[in-house]
Design a protein around this ligand. Structure first.
Ligand code: BTN
Length: 326
């Protein structure tokens, strides 16, 4: 109900009366007043103009469920948000909630993670209150071998969101690192879970460095944040909401086609090293080639020195520019 009240006050450009709020929400005056007091103590500057009603003057920098759910305008992506002040890993929370029946598209988001997980068994640096740690649960109606492609769907969505919101030059390092100025600003970890009824669900976990001013020494050279690149701090909810809108759009295209064919061009436009020489670090042996773009399964197409074309599947392989990390 608090979410509904906030949405109404927010969407009304001017004021909204107590009576209107009671009618639209179907609750008593006392309930509305109590919930508005809660919103004020959460940091919302809601003013009561005598004879006119309530007006929202300003709102806090917040990624609470109330803030996100009162602003989201998607059909299903991020419609339901589970907020945590602190958790071990939002991916693990989403997995747990999936078993409890959490709906497709729901989001778990946290202020900090005490055991944030990165790819290849690494950890994900998750300082409190400055960045975005979120995991979306998906229940795709597609063969299970398509699940890993969702990582690329999220990569394009984050790239679109950051470039559209802040006019930054965003790149993707195949398959799913988002870079600004050749440094990593976002990482994505997709995990697949089988259920006893033979269905499966996918958790797409996304970490975006938003308002971090610096990084631990081990990653300082390769990590960046939106704040560092843009020069001032950003509202995290703006980013989450933009990512959800793009993700819903791209996911629906992906689900309709059953592969990434509708997303190949947009992904390739973001691809760092496109048409450049890259080094493929395959456990079976390193080799070099020209990165051409992705195919409709999300594999990297590489042209070898003899002109032959090969495709690289993400699994254990990583790709480097020939001069370092990117
Ligand atoms: C990478 O190594 O690049 C992937 C990092 C993924 C981090 C995110 S933060 C939210 C979600 N929860 C986790 O434990 N990991 C992912």
């Amino acid at each position: 109900m608090k979410i509904k009240i906030l949405r109404i006050i927010r969407e009304r450009m001017g004021t909204v009366t107590l009576q209107e709020l009671c009618q639209e929400c179907g609750v008593s005056k006392e309930t509305v007043i109590r919930l508005i007091r809660q919103l004020v103590s959460d940091g919302y500057d809601i003013e009561l103009e005598p004879g006119k009603g309530y007006r929202l003057n300003s709102y806090p920098e917040s990624i609470s469920s109330c803030e996100l759910m009162s602003r989201i305008n998607t059909q299903w992506a991020g419609k339901r948000v589970y907020y945590r002040e602190e958790t071990e890993s939002t991916n693990d929370d989403a997995k747990f909630l999936a078993e409890e029946g959490m709906e497709h598209g729901s989001l778990v988001i946290a202020e900090t993670q005490t055991a944030g997980k990165g790819r290849r068994g690494r950890s994900w640096c998750s300082p409190k209150g400055s960045s975005i740690y979120m995991s979306m649960l998906l229940r795709p109606d597609l063969p299970v071998d398509r699940a890993s492609m969702l990582t690329l769907v999220m990569a394009v969505s984050v790239a679109d969101a950051l470039s559209q919101l802040y006019d930054l030059e965003v790149k993707i390092k195949w398959p799913n690192d988002i870079l600004i100025n050749k440094k990593k600003v976002c990482g994505i970890l997709t995990e697949l879970y089988d259920h006893p009824d033979h269905t499966y669900s996918v958790v797409v976990g996304t970490g975006i460095n938003v308002n971090q001013k610096g990084f631990p020494e081990e990653i300082a050279e390769i990590a960046t944040s939106v704040l560092i690149e843009k020069g001032d701090s950003c509202n995290r909810a703006d980013i989450v909401l933009a990512v959800m809108e793009y993700f819903e759009y791209y996911y629906d295209l992906f689900a309709e086609g059953g592969d990434l064919s509708a997303l190949v061009d947009i992904y390739d436009a973001y691809l760092i090293n496109r048409n450049e020489q890259v080094k493929i670090l395959d456990p079976a042996g390193e080799y070099e080639g020209l990165a051409k773009g992705i195919n409709d399964r999300g594999e990297l197409i590489v042209e070898l020195a003899d002109g032959k074309i090969t495709t690289v599947y993400s699994g254990e392989v990583s790709v480097r520019g020939i001069y370092g990390y990117t």
